[in-house]
Design a protein around this ligand. Sequence first.
Ligand SMILES: CC(C)(COP(=O)(O)OP(=O)(O)OC[C@H]1O[C@@H](n2cnc3c(N)ncnc32)[C@H](O)[C@@H]1OP(=O)(O)O)[C@@H](O)C(=O)NCCC(=O)NCCS
Length: 175
Amino acid sequence: MDFSLRPFHPDDAESIALHANEFDIARFTSDAFPHPYELSDAVSFIRGTLPLQPQRIFAIVIDDKAVGGIGIHPQEGVARLNAEIGYWLGKAYWGQGIMTRAIPLVVDYAFQNFELNRVYAKVFGNNGASQRVLEKCGFVLEARIRDGCIKMNELQDELIYAIRRLPQSMEETKG
Ligand SMILES: CC(C)(COP(=O)(O)OP(=O)(O)OC[C@H]1O[C@@H](n2cnc3c(N)ncnc32)[C@H](O)[C@@H]1OP(=O)(O)O)[C@@H](O)C(=O)NCCC(=O)NCCS
């Protein structure tokens, strides 16, 4: 299935609210992802992305509709060479390899447009699909923090996956 990535547009709000309003998305995302997901949530989320320069949060577009999102979040201070990646896709489109193709595009974009050494993702222990996608995209499991999160009133392990700008072999040889 074909998809494209582009910055969000205010006109995407209705489609985003439709596809994001899904328990099986909310249960695997941070508490910043509302559930239920109202039109007003989509409007304010999209409004927040519009001024970002360079752009770093993208709509996943299928058949001219925004049906998911993927973005990177550069960190600050001592962690400033790291960025977190986050993503979700409308349930109707799961299991067709879309996120496995989208993540490498955004990782390449991140390394080209931001001063970063590492892009990481935080995944709940019960989110097998996201773990599998990250592994398919070359991310390495760096840590499992036992009971590191509580989501929907259940403790979850927090898994940290990461990919580096330089291959591991070059990192080992650099000063
Ligand atoms: C995680 C998510 C983005 C995956 O998107 P997708 O486009 O369906 O992913 P892909 O089709 O590229 O790959 C999914 C892979 O996970 C596998 N998978 C699906 N459910 C699984 C499960 N419960 N356990 C293990 N693997 C699973 C699929 O078989 C596939 O692997 P394969 O190609 O080896 O068969 C999507 O399920 C989603 O939006 N989930 C809710 C939000 C979320 O979890 N966001 C990430 C938070 S860290």
